[in-house]
Write a protein that binds this ligand. Sequence first.
Ligand SMILES: Nc1ncnc2c1ncn2[C@@H]1O[C@H](COP(=O)(O)OP(=O)(O)OP(=O)(O)O)[C@@H](O)[C@H]1O
Ligand SMILES: Cc1ncsc1CCO
Ligand SMILES: [Mg+2]
Length: 262
Amino acid sequence: MKVALLDELRAKNPIVFNVSNFVTVQDVANGINAIGASPIMSEEVAEADEMVGLAGAVCLNLGAVTSTQITQIRAVGQSANRQHRPLVIDPVAVGAVKYRMQMATGLLNDFHPDVIRGNAGEIAALAGVDWQAKGIDAGEGAGDIEAIAKACAQKLACVVILSGPTDVITDGTQAVKVKNGTSLFQVHVGSGDMLSSIVAAFCAVTDDYYEAAQTACLVFAATGQLVHDATPNLGAGTFIMKLLDALQTTTVADIEGIADFE
Ligand SMILES: Nc1ncnc2c1ncn2[C@@H]1O[C@H](COP(=O)(O)OP(=O)(O)OP(=O)(O)O)[C@@H](O)[C@H]1O
Ligand SMILES: Cc1ncsc1CCO
Ligand SMILES: [Mg+2]
C-alpha cells in the first residue's frame, strides 16, 4: 500500500474526465477537486477524443444513462483504450435492473476497463454470482466477498473494487481488504460515485492500477472515518461538507495513523 501516492496526486493535479450521473455530479466534481485533482465533465460525443486526450484518467459512471448517452459512453471508453488512458467503470445498479446489466455487458464487450468499482450487489451481478441487490444499494447476499471480487476480476480481466463496510481490492489473484470507513457513507448518496472518480484520479499518477485502487480506497474510507471520529453525532448533511473539507486537508501521516488493512 503506497499512501504517499496522495502527495504525488496533489503535486501532479491530474485532470480526471468523468461521465457522471446527473444525481451526484456535483459531489463527484467537488470530491476530485478537494483531494487535489482536476475534474472535467462532458456528455457530448463530438468532443470525446479531445476530452480523453487532455485527461490523465477517465471514469465512466453508468448510473443514469439514456440511449443517446450510451453512444457517447462507448466512444469515450474506446477512446480511452486507444489513447492509453486508465479507465474506471462504476456499474451502478447492474444487480437490480436487467436492462442495466445488458447495457453494461454490451459496453464491456466494446472497450476494456482497467478498474471496476461497485458495491457487493453490483460486483456479484457482474461475476454471475447470486445476490439480492437493492436498487443502487448493495442489498443482501451470503457469498464470500473476496471470492466474488476475484471471480469478477478474472472474468473481466481487470482490477476490481468491491466496496462496503470492508473494501476488497483485487487483481484476480491477490486481494487487499481495507477495513476503515464510517457508516455515514451510507447516508450520503454518491459516496460510491465519489470513490470511483477518486480511484481514477489515483490511476492518473501511477501505471500500477492495482496499487492506485488500494490507495484510493484507503484514503477515501480513512478520511471519512477521521471525520466521523472528530465530530460525534454527525448527520448526513454535515458529513458531506466535512468530508469535502477533510479530503482537502488530510495528510499521508493522518491516513497512515489509522490505516486498517490486510
Ligand atoms: N457500513 C460501512 N462502514 C464503513 N464504510 C462504509 C460502509 N458502507 C460503505 N462504506 C464506504 O463507503 C464508500 C462507498 O462505498 P459503497 O459501497 O457504499 O458505494 P455505493 O453503494 O456505490 O454508494 P452510492 O450508491 O451511494 O454511490 C466506500 O469508501 C466504503 O468503504
Ligand atoms: C440515486 C441514483 N439513481 C441513479 S444514479 C444514483 C446515484 C448513485 O449512484
Ligand atoms: Mg454506487
